[in-house]
Design a protein around this ligand. Structure first.
Ligand code: ZN
Length: 116
């Protein structure tokens, strides 16, 4: 995965989590600065999430950072899925929730490229 792809995947994941967390009115959501290191570059992101969503999104970030595939396949068709089952379910739920609400073809194809 190249650095541009990495950045855009993280931004998409963040957007979906933000929408899910605020849409469900989770309590104690706060702005958080996230620094991610990928291929010797550091990326800064700001997300507003509750503790639980933040924990899940951080897990997703780490899975992206650790993705060993040079050209990242759709996670669902990956030969070595790296998500554990519970986390996968939690993330899939967020993606479904926000994907339905966004309802944009462009976003839909994005979700597909990441998760389906
Ligand atoms: Zn939340």
């Amino acid at each position: 995965m190249d650095t541009n792809k990495f950045d855009s995947e993280v931004l998409t994941v963040n957007k979906f989590f933000n929408m899910y967390c605020s849409g469900n009115k989770h309590e104690n959501s706060i702005f958080r600065n996230v620094k991610l290191k990928f291929k010797d570059k550091t990326y800064d992101y700001e997300i507003k999430l509750c503790d639980k969503c933040f924990e899940t999104v951080s897990y997703s970030h780490n899975r992206l950072i650790d993705c060993p595939q040079e050209i990242k396949p759709k996670c669902r068709s990956c030969k070595n899925p790296c998500y554990d089952k519970d986390k996968w379910k939690a993330v899939a739920k967020v993606m479904r929730y926000s994907g339905v609400r966004l309802g944009l073809t462009k976003i839909k194809s994005k979700i597909k490229s990441i998760f389906l």
